[in-house]
Design a protein around this ligand. Structure first.
Ligand code: ZN
Length: 403
């Protein structure tokens, strides 16, 4: 278990580091390689197109996970024939996604082979984070997870369709700022978001049944995908930051408490797309009145605005008990799913000690020692880039199939 609030953790999580961390994190294990190879390889009729699409995705994923490869290496790793690999690589080069990465001298006899690689800087995603109370944040993110351009627009007084127009404006602004090939648009939105990218319900922007992904596709002609903000925060952490593991419970304390469960690296959405909505669990019966009408919701105890207010009025001594309550609330979720990794993120001045120690103690008080000893609990400052990286990875997954 790493120490909560550890300083080098904080320094180590800047998005600029994503590039260097990516190759190690995404290297494919032998089981994944087997799974890649198991896909359809027989040609014939309408299956031919599916086979080609699958095989293209295999090559993309190998290049993404393993870095530059020669065609014979790709053939060996994929189990496809060398001529098939040659044709697939030619198609990927033609599309601009893959480029020549230079000649390598083969160690064995034979002519030198040239390696091919994903053009990770020539291809980008547009990523948006709609979670901030006063502005929409956007970025151009390359395939290494590096933010190469940023833009933001204020949203004061904008709701419903006017907020949608602002989203489109921000996308257009970012499109003007890049000359790279845009793979797609990924958006992290607060609220309940279904698999089609529709925001079923988002009270802050007063969205109901807002087909955000569909609108963005129609308005820009570019593929788009939308996910819940905390789910994408968890994805950004899990995919671009070393050590979060493939299964994790992630809790964010910013504008209301939200949670996400990663299972096998992917967020659990839930049957009503409301998995992780833990803000209104009662943790202090008879406590302060919440905007939902109940008293003593988790939101009222550890939601950032309320925690800040308590820090201002009662001082630092209010933080440890609040952290403990959060830990006690997380414990049964961790026990039920037997998930080892728990990450809590929020404003730095709130989640540092003594809050972090309270979280760890709260979990420890409810989880049996052998299981607790196998857990890793991290409590650390949030960064809006986590959602941006998650949004970028969402569209890279849907358009390139690389995760
Ligand atoms: Zn409530």
């Amino acid at each position: 278990m790493s120490a909560p609030g550890e300083q080098d953790e904080v320094a180590g999580r800047r998005p600029g580091d994503a590039r260097s961390r990516l190759s190690g994190l995404l290297s494919l294990d032998s089981e994944e390689l087997q799974a890649l190879r198991r896909g359809p390889q027989q040609l014939g009729g309408a299956a031919h197109r599916n086979t080609r699409r699958h095989n293209l995705s295999v090559i993309r994923r190998l290049l993404f996970g393993k870095g530059p490869q020669t065609r014979p290496e790709l053939a060996r790793l994929s189990g496809l024939s060398l001529p098939t690999v040659g044709a697939l690589v030619a198609e990927l080069i033609e599309s601009g996604l893959v480029h020549d990465a230079g000649i390598v001298a083969e160690s064995r006899v034979g002519k030198p082979a040239s390696r091919v690689a994903l053009d990770t800087t020539g291809n980008v995603s547009i990523a948006l984070n709609l979670t901030q109370p006063d502005r929409f944040i956007g970025a151009v993110v390359d395939l290494d997870g590096a933010v190469v351009e940023r833009a933001e627009l204020g949203i004061e007084g904008l709701y419903e369709d006017a907020a949608l127009e602002r989203v489109v404006e921000l996308v257009e602004l970012l499109l003007q700022r890049t000359t790279a090939r845009v793979v797609g648009i990924g958006v992290a939105s607060p609220g309940l978001v279904d698999e089609s990218g529709q925001v079923r319900f988002g009270d802050r922007l007063r969205w109901q049944e807002m087909p955000l992904a569909e609108e963005l596709r129609a308005r820009t002609g570019i593929p788009a995908a939308v996910g819940n903000d905390v789910n994408l925060l968890a994805l950004g952490l899990g995919r671009f930051r070393n050590g979060s593991g493939r299964d994790a419970i992630v809790i964010a304390l910013d504008n209301g408490v939200g949670g996400a469960v990663l299972e096998g690296g992917d967020p659990v959405l839930g049957e009503q797309f409301a998995a992780g909505e833990i803000g209104h669990i009662t943790v202090d019966p008879g406590g302060e009145l919440c905007r939902c009408g109940d008293r003593g919701c988790l939101d009222m105890v550890v939601g950032a605005p309320h925690l800040q207010r308590r820090l201002d009025t009662e001082g630092e001594s209010a933080l440890e008990p609040a952290g403990r309550i959060l830990g006690e609330t997380i414990a049964p979720i961790a026990i039920m799913l037997n998930i080892n990794v728990v990450v809590v993120v929020g404003p730095e001045q709130l989640v540092a000690e003594p809050f972090a120690a309270g979280v760890v103690d709260g979990i420890r008080s409810r989880v049996r020692p052998p299981v607790f000893d196998g857990m890793r609990i991290e409590v650390e400052p949030n960064d809006p880039d986590f959602e941006l990286l998650g949004a970028a990875s969402l569209i890279m997954e849907s358009e390139l199939g690389v995760f």
